[in-house]
Design a protein around this ligand. Structure first.
Ligand code: FAD
Ligand code: FO1
Length: 489
């Protein structure tokens, strides 16, 4: 019998265990009557009954146990079928040009995941090596009844999942634990922009605006002895550049992330609506590194922000617009546009316009090295680059200016796109994220934007300039803030 036939009559809800339905072998009762909407689920290979082995949560994008629908679903299967539950994280030695900066942020967060798993009596295994062969070997050497994993629209994750499906027979179920409204549910095509996905998200928001239940203490444990991770071996396994050091400004892990969330909610929400675009004021959440690595969930941020909606309606509305509409629009773009990371992925009007201006004279031309060393003629651009290199996170408003100037000061839009993605992903802690591919494509290729009046080099791509920034904030102050001695970082 297909597991999902346990659905409620209207076939949309999979009722978790009713209170006192499950008497565990230790005489505990599991009281649980939490609904997860099955529209969060995508079945790659369905689970046959009875399940033949342990339940694995293959953690990847959502690197937390709390507030995580993929974990919740795996734990419910374990309870429902009284089968051992495990968490496995497959750590790739390289990942889309990530450097030690991003890997250390992630690994320090995974240490906290292991601690939390241990406190819940859930074995946590971190596998080192090329992901597909390593995980295939693991699955073939254990009696695994089902693999539950989290959703990620990036192509590399699709390749990983296809590798597991083609080389093993394990049932594979994906749960969207990253988006408040599940990406595959809210739309089945590339959306033109925020204005087209916003109504679809809003229509569903009440139904999906719900926090996953608290994780439960695990009583169904494997007979295998699972050793704790040797974190020195983990760092030794990396084949990444050590030239970009961990940030000293944004501290890694869920505990630090919850503090950043608390600071935003208690001190910054009020000014977010009016000051979020002023990079000298710091009135932004700084949540993106924690959201990127899934150390925090979007829903827990949204729930806390929404509690202030009466007191600060505009600020909360603009924060939720970014956190839900803009962020989930990025996942939509990367899921349905295979060219999300190249010029090919730009809308036709933008490609046409950029092609028509391909031979326009560029007033300045810089190489990757000159950009990388903040060596342009523009102190404001250099300051934005400095902020990213030094701290690991460039202010959101400056990211737009920064990327658009790369378009203006390179020979071709393709070169601009390559340089922007490379530098973004090399230095931003939150790099290699759908938000980044879309942020660069919006800036350089008009993705999710409209055509503006035509000008040299940009064509109809929206233009930004120094004076425009100066009309919005104290650019000299921002430049001063970012011109500290780089050798300190
Ligand atoms: P806040 O303003 O506090 O926003 C809260 C959350 O909303 C963010 O954490 C993020 O999850 C989401 N959000 C905010 N703005 C956007 C946006 N424009 N698009 C999608 N989601 C958004 N974001 C990344 O996560 N990783 C990147 O690599 C990245 N690269 C970018 C590159 C360019 C050229 C541009 C224009 C934008 C990029 N963004 C990227 C999007 C955005 O700038 C960042 O998400 C934001 O600055 C993160 O800082 P914050 O959490 O303090 O943002
Ligand atoms: N996800 C994994 O499952 N395994 C990895 O080894 C891994 C490395 C990694 C390094 C840098 C980085 O920014 C992300 C990384 N991710 C890894 C993926 C990450 O969890 C996200 O899934 C995507 O980057 C965003 O969609």
């Amino acid at each position: 019998m297909q597991l999902l036939q346990l659905l409620s009559p209207d076939n949309t809800y999979w009722n978790f265990i009713k209170p006192y339905d499950v008497l565990t072998s230790y005489g505990f009762f599991y009281g649980y009557n939490h609904k997860m909407n099955t529209n969060r689920i995508h079945i790659y290979r369905s689970i046959e009954q009875p399940i033949q082995g342990e339940i694995v949560y293959w953690m990847s994008r959502d690197q937390r146990i709390d507030s995580n629908w993929a974990f919740t679903y795996a734990q419910q299967l374990s309870i429902e079928h009284k089968l051992p539950l495990r968490i496995v994280f497959t750590l790739s030695p390289v990942f889309l040009d990530a450097t030690l900066r991003q890997y250390s942020f992630m690994i320090e967060g995974l240490k906290q995941v292991e601690k939390r798993a241990t406190s819940l009596n859930i074995p946590f295994t971190l596998l080192l090596g090329e992901v597909v062969p390593t995980f295939v070997q693991y699955l073939q050497s254990h009696q695994i009844g089902a693999v539950i994993t989290d959703f990620d629209p990036l192509k590399i994750k699709k390749i990983w999942k296809e590798g597991i499906l083609s080389q093993t027979n394990v049932p594979l179920i994906e749960v969207d634990a990253h988006n408040i409204v599940p990406c595959k549910w809210v739309s089945q095509k590339v959306e033109f922009g925020a204005y087209t996905i916003r109504p679809k998200i809003k229509k569903n928001l009440d139904e999906y605006f719900e926090s996953p239940p608290q994780p439960m203490q695990n009583v169904f444990t494997t007979s295998e002895v699972v050793n704790t991770t040797n974190w020195d071996d983990v760092y030794a396994s990396l084949k990444v550049s050590n030239s970009v050091l961990p940030s000293k400004v944004y501290l890694p892990g869920r505990e630090a992330g919850l503090k950043v969330l608390h600071t935003f909610i208690s001190q910054k929400v009020e000014s977010y609506g009016t000051l979020r675009n002023d990079p000298t004021k710091g009135m932004i959440s700084n949540l993106s590194p924690y959201l990127h690595f899934g150390q925090l969930s979007a829903i827990e941020c949204a729930v806390q922000a929404k509690q202030l909606a009466e007191e600060f309606p505009e600020s909360v509305a603009s924060f939720l617009e970014e956190l839900i509409v803009r962020r989930e629009l990025s996942d939509n773009f990367c899921l349905y546009n295979a060219h999300y990371d190249s010029f090919e992925g730009f809308p036709d009007w933008a490609k046409k316009s950029l092609n028509e201006h391909r031979n326009d004279k560029r007033d300045f031309i810089y190489s990757l090295e000159e950009f990388d060393n903040s060596a342009t003629h523009d102190a404001l651009w250099n300051a934005a680059q400095n902020e990213m290199v030094k701290t690991g996170k460039m202010h959101g408003y400056m990211r737009m200016y920064w990327a658009k100037k790369i378009l203006e000061w390179t020979k071709t839009p393709e070169e601009a796109h390559t340089i922007a993605i490379y530098l973004n992903d090399r230095y931003q802690i939150d790099g290699r994220d759908p938000n980044g591919y879309v942020g660069v494509a919006w800036s350089i290729g008009g993705v999710h934007d409209r055509a503006w009046f035509e000008r040299p080099v940009y064509g109809k791509i929206r233009y930004m300039n120094y004076n425009g920034c100066a009309s919005k904030f104290d650019v000299k102050q921002y430049i001063r803030l970012q011109s500290d001695d780089l050798s300190l970082f």
